[in-house]
Design a binder for this molecule. Structure first.
Ligand SMILES: Nc1ncnc2c1ncn2[C@@H]1O[C@H](COP(=O)(O)OP(=O)(O)O)[C@@H](O)[C@H]1O
Ligand SMILES: [Mg+2]
Length: 262
């Protein structure tokens, strides 16, 4: 079966800035992801996680190697891939519902339909009642829920998330992790979303993922891929599961050489 997403021997060099040296951000990265799989990229700052997402999204081109979605090579951004960023990237001058409607409107759907879609996803992420609020009137957690709704309202087959919860307080973060999984579930006859999730939190990667790709920096390489065999659905009880602790410990052991001294 063709994987949903295939990363084949991808190397990415950034051109030197003002006489400096070229940066090899990724070196010979390869792995594939099946439909409906939740895969996290985990590693220290600078290991190329964001670069890999930008390549999959089609905003950057590989220097060597290929990336394909459903067997078709990625050459540009497309509606089959949706992005969620850490800093929400909402339009500050649009209300919450206008932010969520933006994608469907751009696809040329009638306004009424877009509004229905937006209300459905706003409800799904738990922020109904705030449709007419503007981003600055919302908490960080609510803004991130809005950003999530805006991405899934476009119904991308592949969802790319770059540290979406990094700026969220710890208590809200746990709740939002569960919400992300729920939003990505199969619904309305559509399959579960395929997700590539960037984080530098070990707990978060273990809680969310089916598999975790461990990366090391300079140049960014994949040095291990770990299967997470925790029961679904993931709930608060998951965080007490012996396997949860065993995995977080094992991953910490292999990443701690990259921890920065205080
Ligand atoms: N646009 C760019 N131009 C030059 N170098 C870049 C650019 N983006 C990232 N880099 C470099 O590539 C490496 C990987 O960066 P990045 O993908 O942001 O890592 P991560 O998201 O894991 O922190 C870093 O050394 C970074 O400085
Ligand atoms: Mg990054």
């Amino acid at each position: 079966m063709t994987p949903k997403l295939e990363i084949s021997a991808v190397t990415k060099d950034y051109a030197p800035l003002r006489g400096g040296l070229a940066v090899r951000a990724l070196d010979n990265v390869a792995f594939s992801v099946s439909e409906g799989e939740f895969v996290s990229l985990l590693g220290p700052s600078g290991c190329g996680k964001s670069t890999l997402l930008m390549l999959i999204a089609g905003f950057e081109r590989t220097s060597r190697g290929h990336i394909s979605v459903d067997g078709r090579e990625v050459t540009a951004p497309g509606a089959d891939r949706g992005l969620v960023f850490q800093d929400y990237a909402l339009f500050p001058w649009k209300s919450l519902i206008e932010n969520v409607m933006y994608g469907p409107l751009k696809r040329g759907l009638p306004r009424r339909t877009c509004e229905e879609i937006a209300r459905r996803y706003i409800d799904l992420v738990g922020i109904s009642g705030f449709e007419n609020h503007y981003p600055h009137q919302l908490s960080g957690g609510m803004r991130q829920r809005c950003a999530l709704a805006r991405s899934v309202a476009n119904d991308p087959a592949v969802l790319l998330m770059d540290e979406p919860l990094a700026a969220i307080d710890a208590l809200t973060r746990n709740t939002l992790q569960e919400e992300i999984l729920r939003v990505c579930d199969a619904r309305d006859g559509r399959p579960r979303k395929t997700v590539i999730y960037v984080t530098h939190s070990i707990d978060e990667a273990v809680f969310l993922s089916d598999r975790i790709v461990l990366m090391s920096p300079r140049p960014g390489r994949v040095f291990d891929i770990i299967d997470v065999d925790l029961p679904s659905p993931r709930t608060d009880a998951t965080r007490q599961h012996p396997e949860f602790h065993a995995l977080t410990k094992r991953i910490w052991e292999s990443l701690k050489i990259y921890a920065k001294p205080e």
